[in-house]
Design a protein. Structure first.
Length: 185
């Protein structure tokens, strides 16, 4: 369904893609539930409907799908969740603990900037390290920059440049720009 929606490897057919995603979601396919949630959250092919988006995310989360926890958290942070007792930081923790690199990066950024939590450079560093270990290019870059700036307490023995270069090699824009500036002297 997602490939038909994007036209990746198949002829693009949005109506057929939506039908396939609904069928897969009804069959318990968590990634289809999340894709439908994203469609309803963003008004893609359907009217924007945050409640329906949240219902699809919650279905997938109930089945333990880490990206669903991430999307629920982001809707809660944006004030779109419609569920007052939702703990977005707890949802990000659940998503990150399940291997969702986007959630780990989001946790690192929130601790770095003090967004929704008290700023804590050590926690930010730990999350960016965890994300870098998941090969997340943005986390590699952010951790490398923290080390260069002296914001990371742990010793990384010159690892900062390797992290930034790995991030650039992975195509992360800010890392590529920094690598190019450094190469130019």
């Amino acid at each position: 369904g997602a490939m038909m929606l994007s036209g990746e490897g198949k002829e693009k057919d949005e109506a057929a893609a939506f039908a396939l995603l609904r069928e897969a979601a009804e069959d318990g396919e968590c990634s289809a539930m999340c894709n439908l949630g994203l469609m309803y959250e963003g008004g893609i092919l359907v009217p924007e409907d945050p409640a329906t988006a949240m219902a699809y995310y919650r279905q997938a989360a109930d089945l333990g799908y880490p990206p669903a926890f991430y999307h629920m958290a982001m809707m809660a942070f944006d004030g779109k969740a419609g569920i007052p007792d939702l703990d977005p930081m707890g949802l990000l923790e659940a998503a990150g603990g399940g291997g969702c690199a986007e959630a780990v990066r989001q946790l690192g950024e929130r601790f770095y900037y003090g967004d929704g939590v008290e700023a804590d450079m050590e926690m930010a560093c730990q999350y960016f390290r965890a994300g870098a270990d998941m090969d997340d290019a943005a986390c590699m870059y952010d951790l490398g920059v923290m080390i260069v700036r002296g914001e990371a307490r742990a010793s990384y023995d010159g690892e900062e440049y390797d992290l930034i270069l790995a991030s650039a090699d992975a195509g992360y824009g800010p890392a590529k720009e920094l690598a190019n500036k450094t190469a130019e002297g």
